[in-house]
Structure formats: structure tokens, C-alpha cells
Ligand binder design. Structure first.
Ligand code: HEM
Ligand SMILES: *[C@@H]1O[C@H](CO)[C@@H](O)[C@H](O)[C@H]1NC(C)=O
Ligand SMILES: *[C@@H]1O[C@H](CO)[C@@H](O)[C@H](O)[C@H]1NC(C)=O
Ligand SMILES: *[C@@H]1O[C@H](CO)[C@@H](O)[C@H](O)[C@H]1NC(C)=O
Ligand SMILES: *[C@@H]1O[C@H](CO)[C@@H](O)[C@H](O)[C@H]1NC(C)=O
Ligand SMILES: *[C@@H]1O[C@H](CO)[C@@H](O)[C@H](O)[C@H]1NC(C)=O
Ligand SMILES: *[C@@H]1O[C@H](CO)[C@@H](O)[C@H](O)[C@H]1NC(C)=O
Ligand SMILES: *[C@@H]1O[C@H](CO)[C@@H](O)[C@H](O)[C@H]1NC(C)=O
Ligand SMILES: *[C@@H]1O[C@H](CO)[C@@H](O)[C@H](O)[C@H]1NC(C)=O
Ligand SMILES: *[C@@H]1O[C@H](CO)[C@@H](O)[C@H](O)[C@H]1NC(C)=O
Length: 332
């Protein structure tokens, strides 16, 4: 090889490496993104969440669910937070969110507190990620360094919310496919389902299991009979379907690993919960057993899976914008 072709190929390798490094620093989130521009952002978020928890013990659960429903639709870009407008069909009215997703007012309070200290700096997508972490740690779960640097979308995707967010009536294979579609694996599915260790669900999301499951004339056979009686009392057959049951009947507001012990006892509330343990031959069963017997193992996996979920297709660099009002695109 001649000198000039060697130096040319050395140059092109260098160009590729530099391009990859630039891409890396532009495209990746990190924990110190606001270190100079809003160093106290985590504690600002945490203090508003803590305040909200004093009057609403459910709000932490509601807030982490918002981050999940944001990330599964066009990535973690706060598309969920946009209201209807002439050009926006809000995700808030999609099947999984309508009359269900809650906590938007608290998100607005957090954003206002953050804007007060660091105007125009912190995205609404990062507010959701930080609020999710605060909600878990303030409820007795693990704390972690949230990766930051997401920017906010200019659009919403209501159709995407209808199709990409898993439904509680879907089988394990469909739900696994929806996680896989956003780059999350079976371990992520089981770990993140552990968020159902706190919060509530409406009767309409599980009442199909209580009386005539799949047209059998009987309740879901994987539902513990004592628990069944309790749930039948909460959810009268001709009720409106909006009554609430705790997702974790043992420690309803604490973030712990009891969710997995519940599944072993046939006390999963949603069909999609119990399937993780009761689907014959499923790869999820041994993960449920591992998390049930070792809370540290659950917490470690949960943190890693929250980071994985938070990394779904963020807008970075100069894509999108930093919204000043989470409900609206700037200037609209
Ligand atoms: C695996 C598929 C999942 C399905 C099918 C599912 C389904 C549901 C349903 C039907 C509800 C009750 C909604 C209502 O009654 O209004 C709910 C609540 C909840 N979900 Fe999930 N979910 C899943 C995964 C997740 C993930 C990954 C997270 C977070 C990491 C999460 C966090 C929550 C929380 C905390 C609540 C309670 C919210 C509140 O009390 O306001 N879920 N989920
Ligand atoms: C974090 O990401 C931002 C934007 O990509 C970058 O400017 C900054 O240098 C990164 N910080 C570290 C410690 O990597
Ligand atoms: C950061 O915020 C917390 C909670 O709001 C507050 O107690 C603390 O004094 C703040 N620190 C700085 C340096 O602003
Ligand atoms: C927003 O649009 C939905 C249809 O997607 C409609 O059902 C709803 O009433 C609208 N909400 C508001 C506040 O305008
Ligand atoms: C999404 O689902 C909701 C509720 O089922 C429905 O009202 C709405 O029209 C659907 N939107 C789109 C764009 O498919
Ligand atoms: C599972 O996904 C398939 C293919 O998308 C769909 O036809 C089927 O209705 C889904 N099953 C359930 C129970 O939602
Ligand atoms: C259960 O549902 C099936 C199918 O929808 C129906 O044919 C049957 O009559 C129902 N059984 C009872 C006891 O209601
Ligand atoms: C529910 O309503 C149906 C029809 O209105 C009625 O036949 C049935 O007895 C009711 N069931 C209960 C448990 O009230
Ligand atoms: C039903 O739940 C109780 C705990 O409430 C448990 O002791 C029992 O083993 C469970 N039964 C089954 C069949 O899982
Ligand atoms: C529990 O899990 C942690 C983290 O994976 C591990 O270090 C520890 O050894 C496990 N404890 C037991 C008793 O297996």
C-alpha cells in the first residue's frame, strides 16, 4: 500500500471515529446535562412530588405511568402532555389514556417550579423522567441518577397511543411484542411491570376476569378465590366500572417487591399481570420468582429497565424544543 493511500484510509477512519463521537455526544442522554444550567432540578422536582403526595397518596403511581405512556409513543418526548389544538389530536384522548391517565396538573406544577429557577432550560420530557424517579424513591423504592437531555416534541400521535401501549386484555406474547417494538426485552417487561406495586386500577380494566372469563361462565381460574371475593365486592356486576382497586392488595402505596409475591399467590389484579406467572412455560416465570425472593435484585433490574425505557428515541441536540408550557407547542 502506498503512503498516500495509507494516509487516506487513516484519515477516513479518523473522520468516521470523530463523527461517531460527535453523534454519541449529541444523541445520548447523560446524568449531568443540567449541571451548569439547572443544578438543583432533581430536588425541585422531588419537593413538588413530595408535596403532592401529602394530599394524594396515589400521585406517585400516576406520575410514573405518564412517563411510561409518553415513552411508548414516539419515544420519551412529552408528546403525551400536549392538549388538543387545531393541529394536535391529543394522546390524552387515546384508548389507554382517556378517563385514566392522571397527574397532568402536578406535571404543570413541577414545570412551573422548575421554570421559576431555570427558565427555558428543562424539557417537559425530562420533567416526566425525573418525576418518575422521585415517585419511586419517595415511596420506598430505589433512587437513581436519571439520564437527561431529552427535548419536547412538536407533535402528538393519538393513533400511536392507541396501538403501541399494551392493553391489560392482551396475551403475554402480544405484550412482549409491544415491548420489543421499543427495544425492551422480557427482563424489562417483568421488571417494569413491578411498577404495579403501587397505584390503582378501575374495575373495567379487570372485571372481565371476575364472573364470565372468556365466555367460560366462570371466573379466571388463575385468580385466587379469596381475592376474587374481595374484587367482586369492589366491582358490582352492573356497576359503572370506574370503582378502584389497589394494584397491590398487600402494600398499596409502597414501592416494594410484593407485586411478585402476589403473582405467586394468584393475586395479580390485571390479566396482563397474572400472565407473567401463570402462562405455562413462559420465560417470565423464573424472573417473577427471582424478584419475589430478592427485592435487591428487583430494584437493580427496575432501575436499569427504567433507564432503558427512558432512552427510547429521545429528541436531542436541536430536534424539537424546550416547551415553556407542557400542554402546548411554543408560540401556538
Ligand atoms: C406490561 C404492560 C402494562 C399494562 C397492560 C398496563 C396496564 C395498566 C392498567 C390497565 C392500569 C389501570 C388504569 C386505570 O384503571 O385507569 C395501569 C395502572 C398503572 N400502571 Fe400499568 N400497565 C403496564 C405496564 C406498566 C409499566 C411499564 C409501568 C411503569 C413503569 C406501569 C405503571 C402503572 C402504574 C403506576 C399504575 C397505577 C396508576 C394510578 O394509580 O394512577 N404500568 N396499568
Ligand atoms: C451530556 O450531554 C450533553 C449534550 O449531548 C453534552 O454537551 C455534555 O458534554 C454531556 N456531558 C457529559 C458528562 O458527557
Ligand atoms: C435545591 O432545592 C431544595 C429543595 O427545593 C432546597 O432545599 C435547596 O436549598 C436547593 N439548593 C439550592 C442550591 O438551590
Ligand atoms: C379533544 O379531542 C377529542 C377527540 O380526539 C375530543 O373527544 C375531546 O373532547 C377534545 N377535548 C377538548 C378539551 O377539546
Ligand atoms: C384512538 O382511540 C380512541 C378511543 O378508543 C378513539 O376515540 C380515537 O378515535 C382513536 N384515535 C385514532 C387516531 O385512532
Ligand atoms: C394480538 O396481536 C394480534 C396481531 O396484532 C391481533 O390480531 C390480536 O387481536 C391480538 N390479541 C389480543 C388479545 O389483543
Ligand atoms: C358467558 O359469556 C358467554 C359468551 O359471551 C355467553 O354465551 C354465556 O351465556 C355467558 N355465561 C353466563 C353464565 O353469563
Ligand atoms: C345486571 O343487569 C341485568 C340486566 O339489566 C340483570 O338481568 C341482572 O340481574 C343484573 N345483575 C346484577 C348482579 O345486578
Ligand atoms: C391465595 O392467597 C393467599 C394469601 O392471601 C395464599 O395464602 C394462598 O396460597 C393463595 N392461593 C393460591 C391458590 O394461590
Ligand atoms: C439478591 O440480588 C442481589 C443483586 O442481584 C445479589 O447481589 C444478591 O446476592 C442476591 N441475594 C441473594 C440472597 O441471593
Amino acid at each position: 500500500m502506498s503512503y498516500s493511500s495509507t494516509s487516506a484510509s487513516f484519515m477516513s477512519v479518523t473522520v468516521i471515529l470523530v463523527a461517531m463521537m460527535l453523534h454519541r455526544s449529541n444523541g445520548q442522554l447523560n446524568a449531568t446535562f443540567y449541571a451548569n444550567t439547572c443544578p438543583n432540578v432533581s430536588s425541585i422536582v422531588s419537593s413538588v412530588v413530595q408535596q403532592a403526595l401529602q394530599s394524594d397518596s396515589r400521585i406517585g403511581a400516576s406520575l410514573i405511568r405518564l412517563h411510561f405512556h409518553d415513552c411508548f409513543v414516539n419515544g420519551c418526548d412529552a408528546s403525551l402532555l400536549l392538549d388538543n389544538s387545531s393541529s394536535i389530536l391529543s394522546e390524552k384522548f387515546s384508548g389507554p389514556n382517556v378517563n385514566s391517565a392522571r397527574g397532568f396538573n402536578v406535571v404543570d406544577n413541577i414545570k412551573a417550579a422548575v421554570e421559576n429557577s431555570c427558565p427555558g432550560v428543562v424539557s417537559c420530557a425530562d420533567v416526566l423522567a425525573l418525576a418518575a424517579e422521585s415517585s419511586v424513591s419517595l415511596s420506598g423504592g430505589p433512587s437513581w441518577n436519571v439520564l437527561l437531555g431529552r427535548r419536547d416534541s412538536l407533535t402528538a400521535n393519538q393513533a400511536g397511543a392507541n396501538t403501541s401501549i399494551p392493553s391489560p386484555f392482551e396475551g403475554l406474547s402480544n405484550i412482549t411484542a409491544k415491548f420489543s417494538a421499543v427495544g425492551l426485552n422480557t427482563n424489562d417487561l417483568v421488571a417494569l411491570s413491578g411498577a404495579h406495586t403501587f397505584g390503582r386500577a378501575q374495575c373495567r380494566t379487570f372485571s372481565n376476569r371476575l364472573n364470565n372469563f372468556s365466555g367460560t361462565g366462570n371466573p379466571d381460574p388463575t385468580l385466587n378465590s379469596t381475592y376474587l371475593t374481595t374484587l367482586q365486592q369492589i366491582c358490582p356486576q352492573n356497576g359503572s366500572g370506574t370503582a378502584l382497586a389497589n394494584l397491590d392488595p398487600t402494600t398499596s402505596d409502597a414501592f416494594d417487591n410484593n407485586y411478585f409475591t402476589n403473582l405467586q399467590n394468584n393475586q395479580g389484579l390485571l390479566q396482563s399481570d397474572q400472565e407473567l406467572f401463570s402462562t405455562t412455560g413462559a420465560a417470565t416465570i423464573s424472573i417473577v420468582n427471582a424478584f419475589s425472593s430478592n427485592q435487591t435484585a428487583f430494584f437493580q433490574s427496575f432501575v436499569q429497565s427504567m433507564i432503558n425505557m427512558g432512552n427510547i428515541s429521545p429528541l436531542t441536540g436541536s430536534s424539537g424544543e424546550i416547551r415553556s408550557d407542557c400542554k402546548k407547542v411554543n408560540g401556538s
